[in-house]
Design a protein around this ligand. Sequence first.
Ligand SMILES: Cc1cc2nc3c(=O)[nH]c(=O)nc-3n(C[C@H](O)[C@H](O)[C@H](O)COP(=O)(O)O)c2cc1C
Length: 419
Amino acid sequence: MFSSLKDVLRFKRFEISPAKRRLSKAANIGDLRIMAKKRLPGGVFDYIDGAAEDERTLRRNVSAFSDYGFKPRVLRDVSNIDSSVDILGTRAPIPLICSPTGFTRIAHPEGELAVSRSAARAEIPFCLSTMATRSIEEIEDTTLPEDTARDFAPRNWFQVYVWKDKGLLRDLLGRAKDANFETIVITVDTAVLGRRERDVRRGFTLPPQLGLSTIIDGIRNPGWTWNFVKNEPIRFANVVGKSTDDGSSAISLANHVNAQFDQSLSWRDIEWFREQWDQKIVLKGIQTVDDAKLSAQHSVDAIALSNHGGRQLDDAPSPINLVKPVSDVVGDDLEIYCDGGIRRGSDIVKAIAMGADACMIGRPFLYGLGTAGEEGIDWVLDFLKQGMHQTMALLGARSLADLSPGLIETRSKNLSDND
Ligand SMILES: Cc1cc2nc3c(=O)[nH]c(=O)nc-3n(C[C@H](O)[C@H](O)[C@H](O)COP(=O)(O)O)c2cc1C
């Protein structure tokens, strides 16, 4: 009896690394989100997960992907799947870019360093936010572990807002250039900050203040609290000593943005950036076909169709719904990125089939970072790559060139908000 029991009993080897143990229980990005929610204090999770007003845009960004189905072709040899693509002139194994996220060290002490290393390992671009908690120079110094093959260079992009202080902006661009950042991403959807009501409700500040509720939260999340207390203070690392609001005292993000950013920004500012920066420029936050046309006229290299992950204007168009109409009009003039709501490899396949050149993600890697640090981001990037490969195989598409609108069917035609 014992020998037959031995045949059927299989105990998994105990995994020593808690991060790996957690990741072994995740099947998708939704699972990582739930794990991050358990591990992070409520205010921190809400800052990452939340969005503007009633958060309809946030939900629609994700659910809009289910308005598109596939029309798979069969009996095609899919033994070799190639998902590689040129992003602004350099090959990447998957059409993916890590979006800029401010205050990333709030999720994990390594913050943007972990994201940049993970992206470099995956050979995809990483975009550092102006509101980052790691500086341009720290990212330049990022070294990958020695066992990582380095026959590729990390691809760092730098995101800028249009600050009132043009001297500060010029200084940031100069530092980005000196640190070999290859592309700037100008975010154009943030003339003022969207009303993020989860943060309003909690009186959330950056960095979080240690009030009574934070202390209670901290007791519930000892791992995060210990990291927060023992590591160097979280600051807006790129503007320390240069701006009155460098994050050294607690501020509300809305006050910071409304005081520092230029509400008079216009297409003339894009011309100013062209004079300052002679390399690639991406406009992030384009939400209509008309503005996509204007972007092409201002000879930028790419646009990110984006509503800032639903954090700015509630009821803004979902990026996936804009891909085809925008691609039909300016697809030959500039690269088009779909930014917002990507949670699976199949979402990336849909966006590419409808005319996007690449996709961008924000929250997915933050959930990974909050759950399991850098390994959590590796997990997310690998999950999206495997999901793309599996979807392409099941669709009968061997490479991105095989992906076309003909493989997509629109299920519930509810695109009037974007047309
Ligand atoms: C916590 C957080 C911080 C963000 N900070 C910035 C930022 O500093 N600059 C910016 O252009 N976009 C920022 N974004 C927006 C992202 O770049 C991206 O547009 C968005 O997250 C994409 O949607 P997704 O989260 O559904 O992938 C932020 C998003 C999140 C979730």
